[in-house]
Ligand binder design. Structure first.
Ligand code: 5GP
Length: 178
């Protein structure tokens, strides 16, 4: 019999449990359902990290909603402004639509602020941001986030969509790697 190599997950600790995540998604879905009652909403998930947040949120929405996805890459040069490059663009025209950007994690905030500017240039009716995990930091200004899941520390985290070298996205909880 062939011996199969097992990938050993080196998770040092669970930071946020599956249950806490489920409760938070339900809480945020309630806010979104109230806010967009009687309106149309386009949820824009940012790949790849937000695919699980979008899928869990989707099941709790009872409004007129469509889903679209974007994939972007961030570049941080010597100037701290950062640039984003679109790897996969939206399928739908968002002009005159209510748009909710769903992102996995906010670190420096550059990705989200650049993305928001880019989507604003397409003339949506409204634009809001839901970010599942927000890293605390003095130099950051997460005020542009309309719905935030959890505030966390500066550790590198994985799970619930977030990866390390493409791995660990499938974990139903948020963890710190050892
Ligand atoms: P920002 O532009 O806010 O600095 O970076 C956001 C992006 O950095 C996220 O979309 C994510 O891809 C990556 N990122 C930042 N912190 C972490 C982390 O702790 N874990 C993982 N897996 N990705 C992170």
């Amino acid at each position: 019999m062939l011996l199969q190599k097992r990938v050993i997950l080196k998770i040092s600790k669970t930071l946020i449990s599956q249950k806490e995540i489920e409760n938070k998604i339900a809480e945020i879905a309630d806010l979104i359902n109230s806010k967009y009652k009687g309106e149309e909403l386009v949820v824009v998930g940012i790949l790849k990290g937000a695919f699980i947040v979008v899928s869990d949120l989707a099941k709790q929405l009872d409004i007129d909603v469509t889903f679209d996805f974007m994939s972007i890459k961030s570049y941080y040069g010597s100037e701290s402004s950062g640039q984003i490059k679109i790897v996969k663009d939206l399928e739908y025209d968002i002009s005159n639509k209510n748009v909710l950007i769903v992102e996995d994690i906010y670190d420096t905030g550059l990705t989200l602020s650049n993305l928001k500017k880019l989507l604003e240039s397409r003339n949506p009716k409204t634009i809001e941001i839901f970010c599942m995990f927000v890293k605390k930091g003095v130099s950051k200004d997460p005020t542009e986030i309309d719905y935030s899941g959890f505030e966390i520390g500066s550790d590198f985290v994985v799970g619930y969509g977030l990866d390390y070298n493409g791995k660990y996205r499938e974990l139903p909880y948020l963890a710190v790697l050892s």
